[in-house]
Design a protein around this ligand. Sequence first.
Ligand SMILES: Cc1ncc(COP(=O)(O)O)c(C=O)c1O
Length: 430
Amino acid sequence: MNFSEIIEKDRRFLLHPYDSSVNPIDVLPVKGGGKEFLYLTDGTILIDGMSSWWSVIHGYNNKYINDALKSQIDKISHVMFGGLTHEPAVKLAENLYKISSCHFDKFFFCDSGSVSVEVAVKMAFQYHMAQGNKYKSKILSFCGAYHGDTFMAMSLCDPINSMHKEFANVLHKNIFAPRPKSKFDDIYENDHLQVEEILEKHSDEIAAVIIEPIVQGAGGMWLYHPEFLNKLRELCDRYSILLIFDEVATGFGRTGKMFAFEHSNIIPDIICLGKAITGGYMSFAAVGTTQKVIDVVCSESGPGAFMHGPTFMANPLACECANASITLLKSYDTQKVMSFLQNTMKKYFFEAKEFDFVKDVRVLGSIGVIELKEYINLRTITPKFVQRGVWVRPFKNLVYIMPPYIICEDSLKKLCKAVLESIWEEFSKK
Ligand SMILES: Cc1ncc(COP(=O)(O)O)c(C=O)c1O
Protein backbone atom coordinates (compact mmCIF):
# COMPACT_ATOMS: atom_id res chain seq x y z
CA MET A 1 0.00 0.00 0.00
CA ASN A 2 1.27 3.48 -0.72
CA PHE A 3 1.24 6.50 1.61
CA SER A 4 -2.21 7.82 0.62
CA GLU A 5 -3.85 4.38 0.50
CA ILE A 6 -2.72 3.68 4.08
CA ILE A 7 -4.09 7.02 5.24
CA GLU A 8 -7.38 6.51 3.41
CA LYS A 9 -7.92 3.00 4.83
CA ASP A 10 -6.76 4.10 8.28
CA ARG A 11 -9.49 6.74 8.26
CA ARG A 12 -12.03 4.24 6.99
CA PHE A 13 -11.37 1.42 9.47
CA LEU A 14 -9.36 2.58 12.48
CA LEU A 15 -9.65 4.53 15.67
CA HIS A 16 -6.62 6.26 17.22
CA PRO A 17 -6.02 7.07 20.90
CA TYR A 18 -8.05 9.99 22.20
CA ASP A 19 -8.90 11.15 18.67
CA SER A 20 -12.13 11.97 16.93
CA SER A 21 -13.37 9.64 14.23
CA VAL A 22 -15.45 12.47 12.72
CA ASN A 23 -12.66 15.02 12.39
CA PRO A 24 -9.45 13.07 13.04
CA ILE A 25 -5.99 14.58 13.31
CA ASP A 26 -3.67 13.54 10.42
CA VAL A 27 -1.62 10.42 11.03
CA LEU A 28 1.73 9.55 9.44
CA PRO A 29 2.30 6.03 8.08
CA VAL A 30 5.48 4.42 9.46
CA LYS A 31 7.06 1.62 7.46
CA GLY A 32 10.05 0.89 9.66
CA GLY A 33 12.52 2.09 12.20
CA GLY A 34 16.18 1.85 13.12
CA LYS A 35 17.95 3.22 16.19
CA GLU A 36 16.38 6.61 17.02
CA PHE A 37 14.83 6.99 13.55
CA LEU A 38 11.32 6.40 12.25
CA TYR A 39 11.02 5.73 8.50
CA LEU A 40 7.77 6.94 6.96
CA THR A 41 6.18 5.32 3.93
CA ASP A 42 6.88 8.40 1.77
CA GLY A 43 10.62 8.27 2.50
CA THR A 44 10.66 10.90 5.29
CA ILE A 45 12.97 10.09 8.19
CA LEU A 46 12.10 11.43 11.65
CA ILE A 47 14.17 11.47 14.85
CA ASP A 48 11.94 10.00 17.53
CA GLY A 49 11.65 12.21 20.58
CA MET A 50 9.01 10.10 22.31
CA SER A 51 10.46 6.56 22.55
CA SER A 52 6.92 5.60 21.55
CA TRP A 53 5.53 6.85 24.88
CA TRP A 54 8.43 6.03 27.22
CA SER A 55 8.95 2.51 25.95
CA VAL A 56 11.47 2.12 23.08
CA ILE A 57 14.55 2.79 25.21
CA HIS A 58 17.06 0.98 22.97
CA GLY A 59 15.69 2.43 19.74
CA TYR A 60 13.91 0.61 16.92
CA ASN A 61 14.87 -2.66 15.30
CA ASN A 62 17.51 -3.57 17.83
CA LYS A 63 19.46 -6.59 16.59
CA TYR A 64 20.06 -8.10 20.02
CA ILE A 65 16.37 -8.03 20.94
CA ASN A 66 15.33 -9.15 17.44
CA ASP A 67 17.63 -12.18 17.70
CA ALA A 68 16.34 -13.06 21.19
CA LEU A 69 12.77 -12.97 19.87
CA LYS A 70 13.59 -15.00 16.75
CA SER A 71 15.29 -17.62 18.86
CA GLN A 72 12.37 -17.81 21.31
CA ILE A 73 9.76 -17.99 18.55
CA ASP A 74 11.33 -21.21 17.30
CA LYS A 75 11.00 -22.72 20.78
CA ILE A 76 7.54 -21.62 21.89
CA SER A 77 5.61 -18.35 21.50
CA HIS A 78 2.98 -18.89 24.13
CA VAL A 79 1.92 -21.38 26.72
CA MET A 80 -0.55 -21.08 29.59
CA PHE A 81 0.99 -20.25 32.97
CA GLY A 82 -1.50 -22.15 35.11
CA GLY A 83 0.29 -25.34 36.15
CA LEU A 84 3.20 -24.74 33.75
CA THR A 85 6.31 -22.58 33.83
CA HIS A 86 9.27 -21.80 31.59
CA GLU A 87 12.82 -20.50 31.61
CA PRO A 88 12.11 -17.02 30.11
CA ALA A 89 9.68 -16.25 32.97
CA VAL A 90 11.97 -17.61 35.68
CA LYS A 91 14.95 -15.72 34.24
CA LEU A 92 12.93 -12.51 34.05
CA ALA A 93 11.73 -12.75 37.65
CA GLU A 94 15.32 -13.26 38.80
CA ASN A 95 16.51 -10.37 36.61
CA LEU A 96 13.87 -8.03 38.04
CA TYR A 97 14.71 -9.16 41.56
CA LYS A 98 18.38 -8.36 41.01
CA ILE A 99 18.02 -5.00 39.23
CA SER A 100 15.61 -3.78 41.90
CA SER A 101 18.32 -4.40 44.55
CA CYS A 102 16.63 -7.63 45.73
CA HIS A 103 13.77 -5.68 47.36
CA PHE A 104 10.88 -7.47 45.63
CA ASP A 105 10.63 -11.20 46.25
CA LYS A 106 7.73 -12.15 44.02
CA PHE A 107 6.60 -11.00 40.57
CA PHE A 108 3.28 -11.31 38.80
CA PHE A 109 3.42 -10.92 34.99
CA CYS A 110 0.50 -9.40 33.10
CA ASP A 111 -0.45 -7.63 29.91
CA SER A 112 -0.07 -3.88 30.16
CA GLY A 113 0.63 -0.99 32.50
CA SER A 114 -3.06 -0.43 33.20
CA VAL A 115 -3.56 -4.09 34.04
CA SER A 116 -0.54 -3.99 36.36
CA VAL A 117 -2.30 -1.20 38.28
CA GLU A 118 -5.43 -3.37 38.52
CA VAL A 119 -3.30 -6.25 39.79
CA ALA A 120 -1.48 -4.09 42.35
CA VAL A 121 -4.71 -2.66 43.72
CA LYS A 122 -6.35 -6.06 43.87
CA MET A 123 -3.32 -7.36 45.76
CA ALA A 124 -3.68 -4.51 48.27
CA PHE A 125 -7.40 -5.20 48.78
CA GLN A 126 -6.75 -8.92 49.18
CA TYR A 127 -3.96 -8.17 51.68
CA HIS A 128 -6.42 -6.42 53.99
CA MET A 129 -9.29 -8.83 53.34
CA ALA A 130 -7.05 -11.74 54.37
CA GLN A 131 -6.62 -9.98 57.73
CA GLY A 132 -10.37 -9.76 58.17
CA ASN A 133 -10.61 -6.11 57.19
CA LYS A 134 -13.43 -5.67 54.67
CA TYR A 135 -13.79 -1.93 55.10
CA LYS A 136 -10.60 -0.90 53.38
CA SER A 137 -12.21 -0.48 49.98
CA LYS A 138 -10.55 2.74 48.79
CA ILE A 139 -7.19 3.82 47.45
CA LEU A 140 -5.53 7.16 48.12
CA SER A 141 -4.25 8.72 44.91
CA PHE A 142 -3.08 12.20 43.89
CA CYS A 143 -4.28 15.11 41.83
CA GLY A 144 -2.25 15.12 38.63
CA ALA A 145 -1.90 11.32 38.66
CA TYR A 146 -2.22 9.08 35.62
CA HIS A 147 -2.45 5.32 36.07
CA GLY A 148 -4.01 4.03 32.85
CA ASP A 149 -7.21 3.44 30.91
CA THR A 150 -8.91 0.47 32.58
CA PHE A 151 -11.65 1.17 35.11
CA MET A 152 -9.82 0.99 38.43
CA ALA A 153 -6.84 2.74 36.82
CA MET A 154 -9.13 5.51 35.54
CA SER A 155 -10.58 5.92 39.02
CA LEU A 156 -7.05 6.66 40.27
CA CYS A 157 -6.30 9.35 37.67
CA ASP A 158 -6.65 13.05 38.46
CA PRO A 159 -10.35 13.53 39.29
CA ILE A 160 -10.68 16.79 37.36
CA ASN A 161 -8.10 17.03 34.61
CA SER A 162 -8.44 13.51 33.20
CA MET A 163 -11.09 11.36 31.60
CA HIS A 164 -12.13 10.68 35.18
CA LYS A 165 -14.65 13.49 34.94
CA GLU A 166 -16.33 11.97 31.85
CA PHE A 167 -16.88 8.69 33.69
CA ALA A 168 -17.29 9.96 37.25
CA ASN A 169 -20.68 8.31 37.78
CA VAL A 170 -19.45 4.82 36.87
CA LEU A 171 -16.03 4.87 38.54
CA HIS A 172 -14.99 3.40 41.89
CA LYS A 173 -14.82 6.25 44.41
CA ASN A 174 -11.30 6.75 45.69
CA ILE A 175 -9.72 9.50 47.79
CA PHE A 176 -7.41 12.19 46.41
CA ALA A 177 -4.66 14.27 47.99
CA PRO A 178 -3.11 17.37 46.41
CA ARG A 179 -0.05 16.62 44.27
CA PRO A 180 3.29 17.29 46.01
CA LYS A 181 4.22 20.85 45.11
CA SER A 182 7.92 20.93 46.10
CA LYS A 183 10.00 20.64 42.95
CA PHE A 184 12.50 17.80 42.50
CA ASP A 185 15.61 19.86 43.32
CA ASP A 186 14.05 22.59 45.44
CA ILE A 187 13.50 22.87 49.17
CA TYR A 188 11.02 20.35 50.58
CA GLU A 189 7.88 22.11 51.82
CA ASN A 190 6.18 19.47 54.00
CA ASP A 191 3.76 18.49 51.24
CA HIS A 192 2.95 15.30 53.14
CA LEU A 193 1.04 17.17 55.87
CA GLN A 194 -2.11 17.20 53.73
CA VAL A 195 -1.78 13.46 53.20
CA GLU A 196 -1.39 12.99 56.94
CA GLU A 197 -4.63 14.91 57.53
CA ILE A 198 -6.50 12.70 55.06
CA LEU A 199 -5.10 9.52 56.58
CA GLU A 200 -6.02 10.63 60.08
CA LYS A 201 -9.64 10.83 58.97
CA HIS A 202 -9.88 8.02 56.43
CA SER A 203 -7.25 5.37 57.22
CA ASP A 204 -10.02 2.89 58.14
CA GLU A 205 -11.24 2.84 54.54
CA ILE A 206 -7.90 3.12 52.70
CA ALA A 207 -6.13 -0.05 51.58
CA ALA A 208 -3.19 1.57 49.82
CA VAL A 209 -1.60 4.77 48.62
CA ILE A 210 -0.66 4.73 44.94
CA ILE A 211 1.76 7.18 43.37
CA GLU A 212 4.01 7.63 40.35
CA PRO A 213 7.36 8.15 42.10
CA ILE A 214 9.23 11.40 41.28
CA VAL A 215 7.48 12.03 37.93
CA GLN A 216 3.76 12.43 37.43
CA GLY A 217 3.68 11.61 33.72
CA ALA A 218 0.60 11.85 31.53
CA GLY A 219 -1.17 13.87 34.23
CA GLY A 220 1.17 16.84 33.77
CA MET A 221 4.86 15.85 33.51
CA TRP A 222 5.46 17.12 37.04
CA LEU A 223 8.78 16.36 38.82
CA TYR A 224 8.52 16.45 42.59
CA HIS A 225 10.75 16.14 45.64
CA PRO A 226 12.00 12.66 46.72
CA GLU A 227 11.48 13.52 50.40
CA PHE A 228 7.73 13.27 49.76
CA LEU A 229 8.17 9.54 49.13
CA ASN A 230 10.12 9.08 52.36
CA LYS A 231 7.31 10.76 54.25
CA LEU A 232 4.65 8.69 52.49
CA ARG A 233 6.43 5.54 53.63
CA GLU A 234 6.37 6.74 57.26
CA LEU A 235 2.67 7.58 57.03
CA CYS A 236 1.74 4.28 55.39
CA ASP A 237 3.60 2.38 58.09
CA ARG A 238 1.96 4.42 60.83
CA TYR A 239 -1.54 3.70 59.49
CA SER A 240 -0.92 0.11 58.26
CA ILE A 241 -1.60 1.05 54.66
CA LEU A 242 0.28 -0.43 51.69
CA LEU A 243 2.37 1.79 49.46
CA ILE A 244 2.19 1.15 45.71
CA PHE A 245 4.64 2.78 43.30
CA ASP A 246 3.47 2.93 39.71
CA GLU A 247 6.79 2.86 37.84
CA VAL A 248 5.18 1.92 34.52
CA ALA A 249 6.61 5.10 32.98
CA THR A 250 9.62 5.81 35.20
CA GLY A 251 11.09 2.30 35.47
CA PHE A 252 14.19 1.06 33.63
CA GLY A 253 16.37 4.14 33.83
CA ARG A 254 14.18 6.96 32.55
CA THR A 255 14.76 9.30 35.53
CA GLY A 256 18.50 8.62 35.65
CA LYS A 257 18.20 5.74 38.16
CA MET A 258 17.13 2.20 37.31
CA PHE A 259 13.89 2.89 39.22
CA ALA A 260 12.61 6.27 40.31
CA PHE A 261 12.15 5.07 43.91
CA GLU A 262 15.96 4.99 44.13
CA HIS A 263 15.89 8.80 44.36
CA SER A 264 14.28 8.29 47.79
CA ASN A 265 15.49 6.25 50.78
CA ILE A 266 12.58 3.85 50.88
CA ILE A 267 10.92 1.04 48.98
CA PRO A 268 7.23 0.53 48.31
CA ASP A 269 5.29 -2.63 49.18
CA ILE A 270 4.17 -3.12 45.60
CA ILE A 271 5.69 -1.86 42.34
CA CYS A 272 4.14 -1.72 38.85
CA LEU A 273 6.45 -2.01 35.84
CA GLY A 274 5.57 -1.81 32.15
CA LYS A 275 6.33 0.14 28.96
CA ALA A 276 10.17 -0.10 28.72
CA ILE A 277 10.20 -3.56 30.31
CA THR A 278 10.33 -5.13 26.81
CA GLY A 279 12.39 -2.30 25.35
CA GLY A 280 9.09 -1.13 23.89
CA TYR A 281 8.74 -4.18 21.64
CA MET A 282 5.42 -5.43 22.94
CA SER A 283 2.82 -4.90 25.62
CA PHE A 284 3.79 -6.56 28.88
CA ALA A 285 3.98 -5.62 32.56
CA ALA A 286 5.05 -6.89 35.94
CA VAL A 287 3.94 -6.33 39.51
CA GLY A 288 6.55 -6.90 42.17
CA THR A 289 5.92 -7.30 45.88
CA THR A 290 7.56 -8.45 49.08
CA GLN A 291 7.36 -11.84 50.75
CA LYS A 292 5.65 -10.14 53.71
CA VAL A 293 2.76 -8.93 51.55
CA ILE A 294 2.35 -12.08 49.50
CA ASP A 295 2.40 -14.31 52.61
CA VAL A 296 -0.62 -12.42 53.94
CA VAL A 297 -2.37 -12.34 50.54
CA CYS A 298 -2.01 -16.11 50.15
CA SER A 299 -2.74 -17.00 53.78
CA GLU A 300 -5.39 -19.59 54.61
CA SER A 301 -7.71 -16.95 56.07
CA GLY A 302 -8.60 -15.88 52.52
CA PRO A 303 -8.91 -17.80 49.27
CA GLY A 304 -5.34 -19.03 49.84
CA ALA A 305 -4.05 -17.64 46.56
CA PHE A 306 -3.78 -14.35 44.70
CA MET A 307 -6.95 -14.26 42.63
CA HIS A 308 -5.78 -13.17 39.20
CA GLY A 309 -4.68 -15.03 36.06
CA PRO A 310 -4.79 -13.51 32.58
CA THR A 311 -4.57 -15.78 29.52
CA PHE A 312 -1.32 -14.28 28.30
CA MET A 313 0.31 -14.11 31.71
CA ALA A 314 4.11 -14.54 31.45
CA ASN A 315 4.01 -14.90 27.67
CA PRO A 316 7.41 -16.46 26.81
CA LEU A 317 8.11 -14.14 23.87
CA ALA A 318 7.49 -11.07 26.02
CA CYS A 319 9.56 -12.49 28.89
CA GLU A 320 12.49 -13.28 26.61
CA CYS A 321 12.19 -9.85 25.03
CA ALA A 322 12.30 -8.29 28.51
CA ASN A 323 15.34 -10.40 29.42
CA ALA A 324 17.16 -9.15 26.31
CA SER A 325 16.18 -5.55 27.06
CA ILE A 326 17.47 -5.82 30.65
CA THR A 327 20.76 -7.35 29.44
CA LEU A 328 21.22 -4.38 27.10
CA LEU A 329 20.32 -1.90 29.82
CA LYS A 330 22.88 -3.43 32.18
CA SER A 331 25.55 -3.17 29.46
CA TYR A 332 25.24 0.64 29.27
CA ASP A 333 27.33 3.04 31.29
CA THR A 334 24.04 4.41 32.63
CA GLN A 335 25.58 7.32 34.49
CA LYS A 336 27.37 8.49 31.34
CA VAL A 337 24.33 8.02 29.07
CA MET A 338 22.00 9.83 31.46
CA SER A 339 24.31 12.75 32.12
CA PHE A 340 24.80 13.21 28.36
CA LEU A 341 21.02 13.20 27.80
CA GLN A 342 20.24 15.35 30.80
CA ASN A 343 22.99 17.91 30.21
CA THR A 344 22.20 18.29 26.50
CA MET A 345 18.47 18.71 27.13
CA LYS A 346 19.17 21.22 29.92
CA LYS A 347 21.51 23.23 27.68
CA TYR A 348 18.88 23.62 24.95
CA PHE A 349 15.59 23.53 26.88
CA PHE A 350 16.67 26.03 29.53
CA GLU A 351 16.90 28.63 26.71
CA ALA A 352 13.12 28.37 26.54
CA LYS A 353 12.84 29.84 30.06
CA GLU A 354 13.37 33.22 28.34
CA PHE A 355 10.38 32.79 26.00
CA ASP A 356 7.47 34.83 27.34
CA PHE A 357 4.95 32.12 26.34
CA VAL A 358 6.77 29.50 28.47
CA LYS A 359 5.66 28.83 32.06
CA ASP A 360 8.28 26.34 33.25
CA VAL A 361 11.06 24.06 32.00
CA ARG A 362 11.94 20.78 33.72
CA VAL A 363 14.63 18.23 32.92
CA LEU A 364 15.49 15.01 34.76
CA GLY A 365 17.43 12.01 33.45
CA SER A 366 16.22 11.54 29.90
CA ILE A 367 12.99 13.52 30.33
CA GLY A 368 12.77 17.11 29.05
CA VAL A 369 9.59 19.15 29.53
CA ILE A 370 8.59 22.63 28.40
CA GLU A 371 5.34 23.79 29.97
CA LEU A 372 3.65 26.57 28.02
CA LYS A 373 1.17 29.16 29.22
CA GLU A 374 -1.47 28.00 26.76
CA TYR A 375 -2.72 24.79 25.18
CA ILE A 376 -0.96 23.47 22.09
CA ASN A 377 -2.81 22.77 18.85
CA LEU A 378 -1.56 19.43 17.53
CA ARG A 379 -2.89 20.16 14.04
CA THR A 380 -0.67 23.21 13.63
CA ILE A 381 2.42 22.27 15.61
CA THR A 382 2.93 18.70 14.33
CA PRO A 383 3.80 19.79 10.74
CA LYS A 384 6.39 22.18 12.21
CA PHE A 385 8.12 19.31 14.00
CA VAL A 386 7.90 17.02 10.95
CA GLN A 387 9.31 19.73 8.63
CA ARG A 388 12.34 19.82 10.94
CA GLY A 389 12.71 16.02 10.84
CA VAL A 390 11.56 15.14 14.36
CA TRP A 391 8.67 13.29 15.98
CA VAL A 392 7.28 15.03 19.07
CA ARG A 393 3.74 14.65 20.40
CA PRO A 394 2.75 17.32 22.94
CA PHE A 395 -0.39 17.20 25.06
CA LYS A 396 -2.37 19.99 26.70
CA ASN A 397 0.20 22.77 27.34
CA LEU A 398 3.20 20.41 27.53
CA VAL A 399 5.90 19.80 24.94
CA TYR A 400 8.12 17.02 26.18
CA ILE A 401 10.75 14.65 24.89
CA MET A 402 12.09 11.39 26.21
CA PRO A 403 14.36 10.04 23.47
CA PRO A 404 15.66 6.49 23.21
CA TYR A 405 18.79 6.13 25.37
CA ILE A 406 20.91 5.25 22.31
CA ILE A 407 20.21 8.54 20.50
CA CYS A 408 23.43 10.03 19.07
CA GLU A 409 24.63 13.51 19.94
CA ASP A 410 23.78 15.02 16.53
CA SER A 411 20.23 13.68 16.63
CA LEU A 412 19.65 14.85 20.19
CA LYS A 413 20.85 18.37 19.36
CA LYS A 414 18.70 18.42 16.22
CA LEU A 415 15.72 17.24 18.24
CA CYS A 416 16.16 19.87 20.96
CA LYS A 417 16.68 22.67 18.41
CA ALA A 418 13.63 21.55 16.44
CA VAL A 419 11.50 21.74 19.61
CA LEU A 420 12.70 25.27 20.40
CA GLU A 421 12.25 26.51 16.82
CA SER A 422 8.82 24.93 16.42
CA ILE A 423 7.36 26.36 19.63
CA TRP A 424 8.91 29.73 18.81
CA GLU A 425 7.32 29.70 15.35
CA GLU A 426 3.97 28.58 16.79
CA PHE A 427 3.70 30.93 19.77
CA SER A 428 6.03 33.92 19.52
CA LYS A 429 3.84 35.92 17.12
CA LYS A 430 0.68 35.58 19.18
C1 LIG B 1 2.33 5.84 35.23
C2 LIG B 1 1.50 5.02 34.26
N1 LIG B 1 0.79 3.99 34.72
C3 LIG B 1 0.05 3.22 33.92
C4 LIG B 1 -0.01 3.48 32.56
C5 LIG B 1 -0.84 2.61 31.67
O1 LIG B 1 -0.01 1.78 30.90
P1 LIG B 1 -0.57 1.11 29.56
O2 LIG B 1 -0.81 2.23 28.61
O3 LIG B 1 0.52 0.17 29.15
O4 LIG B 1 -1.82 0.40 29.94
C6 LIG B 1 0.72 4.54 32.03
C7 LIG B 1 0.65 4.86 30.61
O5 LIG B 1 1.02 5.92 30.14
C8 LIG B 1 1.49 5.35 32.91
O6 LIG B 1 2.20 6.40 32.46
